[in-house]
Design a protein around this ligand. Structure first.
Ligand SMILES: CC(C)(COP(=O)(O)OP(=O)(O)OC[C@H]1O[C@@H](n2cnc3c(N)ncnc32)[C@H](O)[C@@H]1OP(=O)(O)O)[C@@H](O)C(=O)NCCC(=O)NCCS
Length: 193
């Protein structure tokens, strides 16, 4: 799932009309937004007994030195990782990538971006989250989400949020499980360049 430009609207009708006049299309891809509120405590290590698949689970935060590992995550991304965007992502101090590894094999990731506004400070946008199908329902998605939330708190973010499809049951359950609350009164719009 990709979010190229986001507008978060609370007065939807007014905004939709104005944007329609400006030639911006509303997309139905993300009807639900989640917010992890202030004061949410880390719950690492998380629920679920360790089993043979997850007993060696490690959540790693990648650094610029992990370029090759990041480039190898293409099977977990929507498509193959590209060299320059991957390098740029890893070298940026406000872009974050955590990888879940089992026996050294990458089985999931979460990415986040810090967003700052003059009157608000900084919040964390959970950009993407995915777990290899064979490793789902073992607590890995939640551990990745919590790892990013923990980092967000450490870096002084005042909240963390994510957009997902309203019918993405697994994502909604994972974010709720990690302490997020649903915000229904939002809409996403995209400029396709
Ligand atoms: C969303 C996703 C990352 C969840 O990963 P996961 O490792 O299976 O999630 P977890 O095992 O940590 O589950 C976390 C919680 O969600 C629940 N959950 C996970 N998948 C679920 C499903 N399909 N239906 C119902 N509940 C589900 C779990 O029971 C758990 O709840 P609990 O903490 O109350 O016990 C995974 O399903 C995935 O990769 N989906 C495809 C990519 C995607 O849609 N990403 C989100 C984009 S915004």
């Amino acid at each position: 799932m990709r979010y190229r430009m986001l507008i978060v609207a609370t007065a939807q009708d007014v905004l939709a009309e104005a944007l329609q006049r400006a030639g911006v299309a509303q997309t139905g891809r993300a009807a639900a937004f989640q917010v992890v509120g202030r004061g949410f405590e880390s719950r690492l290590p998380l629920h679920g007994p360790a089993d043979s698949m997850t007993s060696s689970l490690e959540i790693r935060r990648l650094t610029p030195d992990d370029l090759q590992l990041a480039l190898s995550l293409g099977n977990l991304f929507d498509g193959p990782a590209q060299l320059e965007p991957t390098r740029r992502f890893l070298e940026s101090p406000i872009h974050h990538l955590f990888v879940a590894q089992v026996d050294g094999r990458a089985v999931g990731f979460v990415s986040g971006v810090e967003l700052t506004h003059p009157d608000k400070g900084t919040e964390m946008f959970l950009y993407e989250l995915a777990v290899d199908e064979k490793f789902r329902r073992r607590g890995i998605g939640r551990r990745l989400t919590d790892a990013l939330a923990t980092l967000a708190r450490e870096r002084g973010c005042y909240d963390m949020w994510v957009g997902t499809e309203a019918d993405n049951v697994a994502a909604l359950a994972t974010y709720r499980s990690s302490g997020a609350a649903r915000e229904d009164d939002f809409v996403m719009l995209t400029w396709d360049f």
